[in-house]
Design a protein around this ligand. Structure first.
Ligand code: F6P
Length: 356
């Protein structure tokens, strides 16, 4: 009998259920007897021993379903040493639940912060397997996280819709795309959606360069311009400040960066500028076909790792091969867009302005 715990942690995304289904299908095809314990609302469920014992039928029909049947919550890694409001010591409590249920392994579907906690539990002696979840695609060590392509599809669809109305009215549109620290979604959706300007946290912009890009389009008789702006896009002016001042400056902000940029463009050109924010729609709905495939492959790999007792691993995709790396190799590192990435250079060749 194998006893496997599973939880989904942090911001949700489209292929969480598809990935859990993959793990469970894999486990049932490898082992004759498996018990699955699904912890509710992420690490909180593990802390408080809130779980559901799940049957194979609970995972049936969920391949296409967004969200997570287990629920999720954000439990910041940096707060793991701080007791809960009702005085529970988080890490010892999680270890206790694991031991009480006599689990053979805990499978964690989570992003960066959640994988840091998974690595901490590994260091504490638990058998853990990590699965790379996040729309942001910023987990170090994997080419792709599940959720990313579905989010890119939604952001692209928003840009597509904006295109037609921007063209009709001859307007400048600033579309704010998710990604506080990294700009993978804005970069990919920006290219897919034909944005003229893409602004990312990793490539600080000079607003004058954005103005130039708009002027160039105006002179060429193109009546509209579309900007794909990541939530964390930052101006050169602010990026160049010492860390403390930069943080203070960002805290002073009274509105999201997309609105700030729209105000600056409006002031310069005295024209019609609009902001569109697809927001959490980017995390909603069904996983796309790409995500269904990688999440199923990731699930199969996790089941195989459990069968091989090869614990302490994060499942990754590298050059289209599903593989696994030691959790500690990835924990605590972010995968950023680099201005030297081929995709950025290619986008620039296409004439897309990054404001740098
Ligand atoms: O990490 C996923 C993500 O959607 C980011 O892209 C975004 O900045 C953040 O979560 C939003 O967080 P919340 O759901 O807590 O508003």
């Amino acid at each position: 009998m194998k006893r496997i715990g599973m939880l989904t942690s942090g911001g949700d995304c489209q292929a969480l259920n598809a990935t859990m289904r993959g793990v469970v299908k894999g486990l049932h095809s490898i082992f004759d007897e498996v018990e699955i314990y699904g912890f509710l609302d992420g690490y909180k469920g593990l802390m408080y021993g809130n779980y559901r014992k799940l049957k194979p039928s609970d995972f049936s029909g969920i391949l296409t379903m967004g969200g997570t049947i287990l629920g999720t919550s954000r439990q910041p890694f940096k707060m793991m040493g701080v007791p809960t409001e009702d005085g529970l010591d988080k890490v010892p409590a999680m270890k206790r639940t694991y031991k009480d249920l006599k689990l053979d392994c805990l499978v964690v579907l989570g992003g960066n912060g959640s994988q840091k906690t998974a690595n901490l539990l590994r260091e504490e002696g638990l058998n853990v397997i990590g699965l790379p979840k996040t729309i942001d695609n910023d987990i170090w060590g994997t080419d792709m996280t599940f959720g990313f392509q579905s989010a890119v599809d939604i952001a692209t669809e928003t840009l597509d819709c904006i295109h037609t109305t921007a063209a009709s009215h001859g307007r400048v549109f600033v579309v704010e795309i998710m990604g506080h620290k990294v700009g993978h979604i804005a970069l990919h959706a920006g290219i897919a959606g034909g944005a003229d300007v893409i602004l990312l946290p990793e490539i600080p912009y000079d607003i004058k360069n954005v103005f130039k890009a708009i002027e160039k389009r105006n002179k060429a008789g193109k009546k509209f311009t579309i900007l794909a702006v990541a939530e964390g896009a930052i101006s050169k002016e602010i990026a160049e400040l010492p860390k403390k001042e930069r943080k203070a400056k960002l805290l002073e902000r009274t509105q999201p960066v997309a609105y700030e940029i729209a105000d600056q463009i409006r002031a310069k050109f005295n024209n019609d500028v609009r902001v569109t924010v697809p927001g959490h729609t980017q995390r909603g709905g069904s996983p796309d076909a790409f995500d269904r495939v990688i999440s199923s492959r990731f699930g199969a790999k996790a089941a195989q790792l459990i069968a091989d007792k090869d614990f302490g691993k994060l499942v990754v995709l590298r050059n289209n091969v599903v593989d696994a790396i030691p959790m500690e190799e990835s924990a605590g590192k972010l995968k950023y867009v680099s201005p030297d990435d081929a995709i950025v250079k290619e986008a620039k060749t296409l004439g897309i302005c990054f404001g740098d």
